[in-house]
Design a protein around this ligand. Structure first.
Ligand code: HEC
Ligand code: HEC
Ligand code: HEC
Ligand code: HEC
Ligand code: HEC
Ligand code: HEC
Ligand code: HEC
Ligand code: HEC
Ligand code: HEC
Ligand code: HEC
Length: 336
């Protein structure tokens, strides 16, 4: 899937480059003219997209003063709006994000002269600017109420439109490093003896999280959603990879489906084998299968029958016998 994407992107770039070269030739002339006629650069500016209505001047004129940004823009996915030539001025190129720039060009620069100078904007305003086009991509992520948004972490904390070193998604840094700039403690969780190999590059945060937010799922996710990304609509993301745990099983272990994987496993890393929350398996089982309440049943959970002698070390290794602990199609006690 990843290599497929790359091939697609390659083709896209070749097409984009061709359009870009044409643009360059036109704009090159403009640039020369601008230098020659430096007294009135604004008047020599071309009008890409053919409109100067409502203060839009088109992106080519920006090159005179923002050459570095302009020269790299053809590689940007946002160049599509220029390449297509079909978008209205308020959705084309530079001005799609920065707003009408006529006043800015006439003033020969300045931060207060342009519609949207992001360095001067509140996080919420940045988000709304991006969402004018991207709202639809986030229909499942509840972005306005995500933990990040609520704490003023917004699009440009994670994405860099003009200076992204990452090949995909315009990330401000390589994904894991990006997340660790603010979540330093999580790095050490992925260094524990039993762990998902995120630091080694086999998985990434976004395999399980949606940094843009998530809806509460039907299965338990502890307190709050933790921006855990659900798979296939409502499933735990764990099942994307651990498909053998999906079921449905003839004999379900109720806790797997009801409370979710995290009731027994640490998702990031653990000092215990198999990412378990407890160092010894039976202490995990006894959290639920214990003698706390009445007789043989504790809040609806069966206790082990009397033939289980917990003083006998053999019986402490519950999963030696209950091998199909995630559910079984053959045995109600998960023995096979
Ligand atoms: C998809 C939205 C978007 C488009 C399209 C866009 N910009 Fe930007 N631009 C931004 C954001 C966001 C910032 C703030 C940078 C940051 O904080 O990472 C920015 C910053 C800038 C800056 C400030 C200096 C800098 O390096 O950050 C300049 C100058 C600029 N843009 C010019 C342009 C020009 C010229 C174009 C067209 C070739 C353009 N922009 C297209 C979103 C956009
Ligand atoms: C005549 C030169 C000139 C032209 C043409 C020009 N700019 Fe600028 N622009 C500047 C200067 C100078 C600054 C720096 C202001 C500062 O840092 O105080 C600036 C700053 C900016 C900023 C940064 C605001 C921030 O957040 O710091 C953006 C965005 C921007 N320009 C966009 C554009 C766009 C889009 C165009 C083309 C439509 C354009 N500029 C054309 C000179 C120009
Ligand atoms: C906390 C960091 C973070 C914030 C805040 C954030 N993003 Fe992202 N975004 C990411 C990461 C990481 C990816 C790559 C996800 C992946 O690998 O699947 C991504 C992917 C994307 C994508 C491409 C894939 C998709 O999901 O459609 C778009 C578009 C996008 N972000 C736009 C935005 C916009 C717009 C905002 C602000 C409203 C925003 N992002 C806020 C981290 C962030
Ligand atoms: C004028 C509409 C528009 C605005 C405003 C806009 N985008 Fe986009 N964005 C697009 C389009 C179109 C694409 C390309 C989608 C595609 O490739 O199909 C895109 C792609 C992206 C991607 C995905 C890059 C990838 O590699 O797939 C990210 C990330 C992104 N935008 C972030 C932002 C951020 C952050 C802002 C606000 C600063 C923003 N966009 C503002 C239209 C917009
Ligand atoms: C600019 C700082 C910043 C960046 C970058 C950042 N985060 Fe966050 N993140 C926060 C803040 C602040 C919170 C809310 C407070 C908290 O719970 O830690 C948060 C919350 C979260 C939560 C929810 C925590 C909870 O207890 O519910 C998750 C999950 C998360 N971030 C994942 C990520 C991922 C994945 C990335 C990288 C794609 C990322 N973050 C990048 C600052 C950041
Ligand atoms: C294998 C799936 C998975 C991966 C990969 C993953 N997470 Fe998580 N993460 C989870 C789950 C599930 C939770 C919720 C835990 C709970 O409900 O107790 C969580 C919780 C969190 C929290 C909130 C609780 C806490 O420990 O502070 C943060 C922050 C977080 N993850 C950040 C990250 C970052 C950053 C990365 C990447 C470096 C990452 N996660 C990678 C599954 C994952
Ligand atoms: C993107 C795929 C992916 C996702 C999503 C994922 N895992 Fe894993 N998991 C793996 C891989 C690969 C391994 C093999 C361990 C390794 O990296 O060497 C593994 C190993 C494990 C192990 C055994 C660890 C050991 O020490 O033997 C457990 C338990 C586990 N995962 C639970 C979970 C849980 C719980 C979730 C959801 C929070 C989850 N996984 C989500 C890919 C994934
Ligand atoms: C009731 C507690 C419990 C729940 C809930 C649970 N597990 Fe486990 N899981 C265990 C135990 C105990 C082991 C270790 C088995 C052993 O000792 O060999 C284990 C082992 C694993 C392993 C490694 C060995 C193997 O069978 O592949 C993976 C992967 C795993 N679990 C994934 C998951 C996933 C995914 C979920 C959620 C769908 C989940 N677990 C829910 C208790 C649980
Ligand atoms: C989070 C709570 C929880 C944990 C932890 C847990 N279980 Fe269960 N278990 C249940 C529930 C609930 C049922 C269904 C009981 C019922 O239907 O009365 C169940 C059912 C069973 C059954 C099927 C027989 C029956 O009574 O229906 C066995 C066997 C079992 N568990 C063994 C274990 C073992 C071994 C462990 C430790 C690896 C374990 N359980 C951990 C909650 C838990
Ligand atoms: C030596 C194998 C073995 C070990 C070790 C073992 N069990 Fe069992 N367990 C069984 C068998 C066989 C059954 C089937 C019913 C019976 O004979 O009690 C059973 C049944 C159960 C039941 C269902 C009780 C009922 O009457 O519905 C639970 C709950 C249970 N075991 C939990 C545990 C827990 C928790 C551990 C670890 C502390 C454990 N088992 C260790 C073999 C074992």
């Amino acid at each position: 899937m990843i290599s497929g994407c790359g091939a697609f992107q390659g083709r896209r770039n070749i097409a984009a480059e061709r359009v870009f070269r044409n643009q360059m030739m036109r704009a090159g002339w403009v640039w020369v003219l601008a230098v020659l006629g430096a007294a009135a650069p604004a008047r020599t500016a071309p009008h890409t997209g053919g409109s100067s209505g409502a203060g839009y001047v088109g992106g080519d004129v920006c090159k005179t003063c923002h050459a570095d940004i302009w020269m790299n823009f053809f590689k940007n996915p946002h160049y599509k709006s220029v390449a297509s030539g079909r978008e209205p001025p308020e959705r084309t190129g530079c001005e799609a994000c920065h707003g009408p720039a006529k006043a800015h060009v006439e003033a020969r620069g300045g931060k207060t002269t342009i519609g949207r100078a992001f360095s001067r904007m509140e996080p919420k305003a940045v988000m709304e600017a991006c969402l004018t086009c991207h709202a639809a991509s986030f229909d499942k992520s509840n972005i306005r109420r995500s933990e990040h948004t609520l704490r003023d972490v917004t699009c440009i904390n994670c994405h860099s439109i003009h200076h992204s070193p990452a090949p995909k998604f315009l990330l401000a840094r390589k994904q894991n490093e990006l997340c660790y700039t603010c979540h330093a403690a999580v790095r050490s969780q992925f260094e524990m003896p039993s762990r998902h190999r995120v630091n080694e590059g086999f998985l990434q945060c976004s395999d399980c999280h949606n940094p843009h937010g998530s809806m509460a799922a039907t299965w338990s996710m502890g307190v709050g959603s933790h921006m855990v990304e659900t798979a296939l609509g409502t499933e735990s993301p764990c099942l994307k990879c651990h498909v053998d745990k999906r079921g449905p099983f003839v004999f379900e272990h109720a806790s797997v489906r009801v409370e979710g994987c995290q009731i027994c496993h640490m998702p990031h890393g653990s000092t215990n084998a198999k990412l378990l929350r407890r160092p010894v398996v039976f202490t995990l089982c006894l959290e639920c299968h214990n003698e706390g309440a009445t007789g043989t049943r504790n809040q609806g959970v069966d206790l082990q029958s009397s033939r289980h002698n917990l003083l006998d070390p053999e019986f402490q290794k519950c999963t030696v016998c209950h091998v199909r602990i995630h559910g079984s199609n053959a045995d109600p006690y998960f023995l096979r």
